[in-house]
Design a protein around this ligand. Structure first.
Ligand SMILES: [Zn+2]
Length: 258
């Protein structure tokens, strides 16, 4: 995470529809939602497409924290055949984000053009002629719309775009250190058999699944308020969701008592 402090406002039903109704990639869903409900500390809307691509996961987790709290608690089954014990996974979002702060990268220096990097002390090696910049959210969204996203990212962010597999690996490692991705393996130890397992945690997909579950009551609440008060769908969708939930709860109690 580039360390941008973010403010998230409470969602309305119209915001919740962004996560409930499919048709966008997970990255585009988070950026579309963020552009409606997230601002920087001064209340300004950041230029989302110019932020580092690695920030998408942090933005997703920040929205998740505001809507549902900072503690992530989930479980999975031990993949060890014959064990299959339940394994709990729990951590807090602020600690997870702090753990993924950018690290200074030895062997990389700023290049001639702003935002570009090159390898230091690389004379005569194939790395000497290479420069690169960190993919932005805009690069990531453009790449995801292409048949070959990796090639698209390379053409945008690496000069020259054709490099050996060895150099490509060095660029990837340098990029990962300069802007740590939040998508990574989390090591969990099984309480029954004691084996350690590497589990893949994708904060964008994980946060979206939870936001979707939390918004699942939207359609029923719109129906309850529309049938009780005869308000328009637009008017109901523009309510903050906590207020909408209170009205819906009131209608449910009245109908249960009738
Ligand atoms: Zn086990």
């Amino acid at each position: 995470m580039s360390g941008l402090p973010l403010q998230v406002r409470e969602a309305t039903g119209a915001d919740e529809l962004i996560v409930l109704e499919p048709g966008r990639s997970p990255v585009t869903t988070i950026v579309t939602l963020a552009s409606r409900i997230v601002t920087d500390a001064q209340g300004q809307v950041p230029a989302w497409d110019e932020l580092p691509a690695a920030d998408v996961g942090a933005i997703a987790l920040t929205i998740r924290q505001t809507w549902l709290g900072k503690r992530i608690s989930t479980d999975t089954r031990c993949p060890n055949p014959g064990c299959f014990e339940r394994m709990d996974i729990a951590f807090e979002i602020p600690a997870y984000l702090a753990h993924h702060c950018p690290q200074p990268q030895v062997g990389v220096r700023p290049g001639h053009d702003a935002g570009w990097f090159e390898f230091a002390g690389a004379h005569k090696s194939p790395r000497a002629a290479v420069s690169f910049r960190l993919p932005t959210i805009g690069d990531l969204r453009a790449a995801l719309a292409e048949a070959d996203p990796e090639r698209c990212l390379r053409e945008r962010c690496v000069r020259p775009s054709e490099v050996s597999a060895d150099v490509a690996g060095q660029i990837s490692r340098a990029m990962a250190a300069l802007a740590p991705s939040l998508t990574e393996a989390v090591t969990v130890e099984c309480p029954a058999c004691g084996n350690s397992h590497e589990l893949h945690f994708d904060p964008v997909r994980y946060s979206l699944a939870e936001l979707r579950d939390a918004a699942a009551g939207l359609y029923e609440e719109v129906y309850l308020l529309a049938s009780a008060f005869h308000w328009s769908e637009d008017a109901i969708l523009s309510l903050p969701r906590s207020r909408r939930a209170r009205y819906a709860e009131r209608i449910r109690r009245e109908r249960a008592a009738a």
